[in-house]
Design a protein around this ligand. Structure first.
Ligand SMILES: Cc1cc2nc3c(=O)[nH]c(=O)nc-3n(C[C@H](O)[C@H](O)[C@H](O)COP(=O)(O)OP(=O)(O)OC[C@H]3O[C@@H](n4cnc5c(N)ncnc54)[C@H](O)[C@@H]3O)c2cc1C
Ligand code: SF4
Length: 509
């Protein structure tokens, strides 16, 4: 059953075997496995419950209903926009379907530096396979790549860089291009139309418009309390209190640490909220004679991973395409006034390639502010900055190789190249300070990291708190390092593995 805030008339008091906070990749997958194992499961989701009937393919509706802070969430200094979902299904409802396994070199580092011997690719293989089968993850045939993705495939090939076609979790995709606005055709196999309905069929209850504010541990029993919202007005209506011996915090890498910090829990290591990674992202925009129309067709179906861990230092960058929705384009395009207007006139001819950095030395942190909300900080350090600069240089060359007449970066002071020969020189004199170039993250990770050592990590290899038995964190916050690929498959595989362990060991907790 899915209960919404509007159905609630008075304070809610319930008990369960397992209470899960958050209904995205981590929470949704855990709910299915535990409900199917016969546990009484309650899922609390602060966002609303929307279905394909509500998705009208406009940014106006999608940002309001489906995104954290109407897609305006950012670091405290406003230098990095942090995109996340806020609805049943979490970020999977608005993500762009790229589905990739955790790279081998990343799992090796988890084993070597964090004692996670259970996370070899061999150990994870059955979980990856299960996720891929369940979500119909497959590669698109060549004719399905839109012009924006072909820029990567064609440009990389001409320059001799490795590029690949990525997996996608879709079924009967009609190439409508609205993945980031909620798929109106139910073709994208989001958590909201897969794991959640299966969990509900197995007896789970999902409470939408319920925001958890506190967790209290009373011996074996734990209590989650918070506020019920009215979906329309977003005003608080009443409160709730759920009792359970097992709590799973799956509120994402931004909101899980906030909930734990507010509850003063699971932080003997001092690591809760630390180690935030972003896959820090910027873009280059190429102007083409032909129409690209980057908001149409499958948004992401190809990548260039030539420069990921190329130096063997665990860092680097990779390139992907991005859906250029008009409002997003308006905000991201460089310049002001007449220059900006000219750019917007050229909008159908613009192709966009994003550069995502797999961080190795930057430092990010989430804390709870005075209002109990996330306060996000991020310092971009020298090695990651070098990879960002190199990534922008490579992305610009790829755009030219694919036929762009002119290429621009997202620097506040407009930086554009008329030919490949200009790229390196102009980038050397560009501004690289925070707020001098538009930066994004759709992949915040790592703030409740997993590890064998309780002094250096928040949860163990089963995602259970080192400090509190029966308290689990299962979501993107547990990754011990930046991933170097889009995270949903990694998070789903971790959730499958941890929830299965939890179901098997429930009576011992
Ligand atoms: C625009 C966009 C595009 C992306 N594209 C891709 C892609 O192509 N491929 C890929 O692999 N990944 C992609 N991602 C990232 C991927 O979707 C996320 O990494 C993944 O969904 C994170 O899972 P999670 O369980 O950590 O958190 P989420 O899926 O974000 O779920 C957390 C949920 O918890 C809820 N919540 C938070 N706080 C509370 C609280 N206090 N009480 C109750 N509920 C709460 C939130 O509302 C949210 O619904 C994209 C993300 C975005 C935003
Ligand atoms: S591209 Fe496919 S999955 Fe994405 S919104 Fe369109 S139909 Fe849905």
């Amino acid at each position: 059953m899915i209960v919404q805030g509007r159905d609630i008339t008075g304070p809610v008091r319930e008990s369960a075997d397992v209470c899960i906070v958050g209904s995205g990749c981590g929470g949704g997958a855990s709910a299915k496995i535990l409900a199917e194992a016969g546990k009484k499961v309650i899922v609390l989701e602060e966002g609303g419950h929307y279905t394909s009937k509500d998705f009208d393919s406009t940014e106006q509706t999608a940002y309001k209903n489906l995104y954290q802070q109407r897609a305006g969430q950012a670091t405290d200094d406003l230098s990095v926009t942090v995109l996340q979902g806020r609805c049943v299904g979490g970020s999977s409802t608005v993500n762009w379907t790229t589905s990739l396994r955790t790279p081998e070199f990343v799992l090796e580092a988890w084993k070597r530096d964090h004692g996670l011997v259970e996370y070899s690719s061999k150990e994870l293989e059955p979980y990856f396979e299960k996720v891929e089968r369940y979500l119909n993850i497959h590669k698109e045939p060549f004719e399905n790549h839109n012009p924006n993705n072909r820029i990567i495939l064609d440009g990389a090939k001409k320059l001799g860089y490795r590029s690949t076609v990525v997996g996608r979790n879709t079924d009967n995709c009609v190439k409508a291009g609205a993945c980031g606005l909620g798929c109106p055709f139910d073709a994208k196999k989001t958590v909201a139309i897969t794991y959640i309905p299966d969990a509900v069929r197995a007896g789970a209850t999902v409470f939408a418009n319920f925001r958890a504010n506190n967790i209290e541990v009373r011996g074996r029993t734990k209590q989650v309390s918070g506020v019920v919202f009215d979906q329309q007005t977003q005003k608080p209506k009443t409160d709730f209190l759920i009792e359970a011996p097992v709590i799973i915090v799956s509120a994402s890498a931004i909101n899980s640490p906030v909930l734990l910090l507010k509850s003063n829990l699971a932080n003997s290591s001092g690591q809760v909220g630390r180690n935030l990674t972003f896959h820090l992202t910027s873009a280059v925009l190429g102007l083409f004679d032909s129409i690209v129309y980057g908001a149409g067709g499958i948004p992401q179906s190809a990548m260039c991973d030539e420069f990921l861990n190329k130096n063997g230092d665990g860092g680097g960058f990779w390139l992907e395409a991005v859906p250029i929705y008009p409002t997003l384009a308006g905000l991201a395009l460089p310049g002001f006034g007449a220059f900006h207007r000219e750019m917007m006139h050229a909008y159908p001819h613009i192709g966009a390639t994003i550069v995502l950095v797999k961080e190795i030395d930057s430092s990010g942190r989430v804390t709870a502010n005075d209002e109990g909300r996330a306060s996000i900080s991020y310092s971009l350090r020298s090695r990651d900055l070098e990879y960002l600069q190199k990534g922008i240089e490579v992305a610009a060359s790829v755009q030219f190789a694919a036929g762009a007449k002119k290429v621009m970066t997202l620097h506040t002071r407009p930086t554009e190249f008329q030919s490949p020969a200009e790229v390196r020189k102009k980038l050397a004199s560009a501004d690289w300070g925070m707020n001098e170039i538009a930066l994004y993250s759709a992949h915040p990770l790592g703030t409740c990291r997993m590890g064998a050592d309780p002094k250096k990590s928040v949860v163990d290899a089963h995602c259970q708190s080192h400090d509190v038995k029966g308290l689990f964190v299962i979501d993107g916050s547990v990754t011990p390092t930046s991933l170097g690929v889009n995270p949903q498959v990694t998070i789903l595989a971790i959730a499958e593995k941890s929830a299965q362990w939890l179901a098997e060991h429930f009576s011992q907790l």
